[in-house]
Design a protein around this ligand. Structure first.
Ligand code: HEC
Ligand code: HEC
Ligand code: HEC
Ligand code: HEC
Ligand code: HEC
Length: 170
C-alpha cells in the first residue's frame, strides 16, 4: 500500500513536471520575440542598404490604425528580375504564381480589447524606431518593447497624452 502511494506520487510529480515543461514551451513559443518567417525577408537589405522608406511597404501606417504588410505583387515589382536564382525568391515567386498570400507571423500585437492606432501616434510626431527599434538593422524582426500596459502608460504620462482607461480599453 505504502509503495503504491509512493509510486503514484512519483508518477504524479513527473506528470506535473512534464505538463509544466510543455506549458512553458508553449508560452515561450507564443511569445517568441523574433519568430522565423515563411520567407526570410531581410529589412537590412531593403530598409538598410537600399534605404527604402518604411512607409513604401507599410503603406497604411500614416493613414489608419494598422501599418500593414505589402502584397506579394509589390515584392514582385522588383523580384521578377532581381535575385531570381535565390531559394527565398523562388519561394516568393511560387506564392505569386499560385496566388497564395504569404502568412507572415506577427511580431507586435496587442490584445483584442485594446485600441491602438498608428495614425494617431505618427501624427504626434513619433518615429517608427521609438516603438520598434532599429528595424533597418535587423536581419529578422525582433520585438523590442513588451507592449504591456505600463509601456503605453509611461509614455503617455511623459508626453501628456490621455491616461483615462477608455482611451485604450474598448
Ligand atoms: C525596390 C526593389 C525591391 C522590392 C520592392 C523588394 N525587394 Fe527584395 N531585394 C531587392 C534587392 C536589390 C535585393 C538584394 C539582391 C542581392 O543580394 O543581390 C533584395 C533581396 C531580397 C531577399 C534576399 C535574397 C537572398 O537570399 O539573398 C529576399 C528574401 C527579398 N529581397 C524578399 C523580398 C520581399 C518578400 C519583398 C516584398 C515584401 C521584397 N523583397 C521587395 C529589391 C527589392
Ligand atoms: C520592402 C518592403 C519593406 C520595407 C521597406 C520595410 N518593411 Fe517592415 N516588413 C516588411 C515585411 C514583408 C514584413 C513581414 C515579415 C517580417 O516580419 O520580416 C515586415 C515586418 C515589419 C514589422 C513586424 C510586424 C509585425 O508582425 O508585428 C515591423 C515592426 C516593421 N516591418 C517595421 C518596419 C520599419 C520601421 C521599416 C523602416 C525602417 C520597415 N519595416 C521597412 C516589409 C518591409
Ligand atoms: C507608439 C508606438 C508605435 C509607433 C510610433 C509605430 N508602431 Fe508599429 N506597432 C505598434 C504596436 C503597439 C503594434 C501592435 C498593434 C496591434 O496589435 O494592433 C504595432 C504593429 C505594427 C506592425 C504589424 C502590423 C500592423 O499593422 O499592426 C507593423 C508592420 C508596424 N507596426 C510598422 C510600423 C511602422 C512602419 C511605423 C512607422 C511608420 C510604426 N509601426 C510606428 C506600435 C508603434
Ligand atoms: C495608454 C493605454 C492604456 C491606458 C490609458 C490604460 N490601459 Fe489598461 N491595458 C493597456 C494594454 C495595452 C493592456 C494589455 C497588455 C497588458 O496586459 O499589460 C492593458 C491591460 C489592462 C488590464 C489587464 C487585463 C487582462 O485581462 O489582462 C487591466 C485590468 C487594465 N488594463 C486596467 C486599466 C485601468 C483600470 C485603466 C485606467 C486607470 C487602464 N487600464 C488604462 C493599455 C492601457
Ligand atoms: C512612445 C510614446 C507612446 C507609446 C509607447 C504609446 N503611446 Fe499612445 N499616444 C502617444 C501620444 C504622444 C499620443 C497623443 C497623440 C495626439 O495628441 O493625438 C497618444 C495617443 C494615443 C491614443 C489616442 C488618444 C485619443 O485622444 O484618442 C490612443 C488610443 C493610444 N495612444 C493608445 C496607446 C496604446 C494602446 C499604447 C500601447 C500599446 C500606446 N498608446 C503607446 C504616445 C505613445
Amino acid at each position: 500500500m505504502r509503495r503504491t502511494i509512493v509510486i503514484l506520487a512519483a508518477l504524479g510529480y513527473f506528470g506535473a513536471s512534464l505538463l509544466l515543461v510543455a506549458g512553458f514551451g508553449y508560452l515561450w513559443h507564443r511569445t517568441d520575440p523574433a519568430p522565423e518567417q515563411p520567407i526570410a525577408f531581410p529589412h537590412t537589405v531593403h530598409a538598410g542598404n537600399l534605404r527604402m522608406p518604411c512607409t513604401f511597404c507599410h503603406v497604411f501606417a500614416e493613414l489608419s490604425r494598422h501599418a500593414g504588410a505589402p502584397p506579394v505583387q509589390k515584392c514582385m515589382d522588383c523580384h521578377r528580375a532581381i535575385a531570381t536564382d535565390r531559394e527565398e525568391i523562388r519561394k516568393l515567386t511560387r506564392h505569386y504564381e499560385e496566388k497564395r498570400p504569404i502568412e507572415w507571423k506577427r511580431v507586435y500585437a496587442v490584445p483584442d480589447f485594446i485600441y491602438f492606432s498608428h495614425k494617431r501616434h505618427l501624427r504626434a510626431g513619433l518615429e517608427c524606431s521609438t516603438c520598434h527599434g532599429d528595424v533597418a538593422g535587423m536581419k529578422r524582426v525582433r520585438r523590442v518593447s513588451n507592449l504591456v500596459m505600463g509601456w503605453c502608460v509611461s509614455c503617455h504620462r511623459a508626453r501628456k497624452a490621455p491616461l483615462d482607461c477608455p482611451t485604450c480599453h474598448k
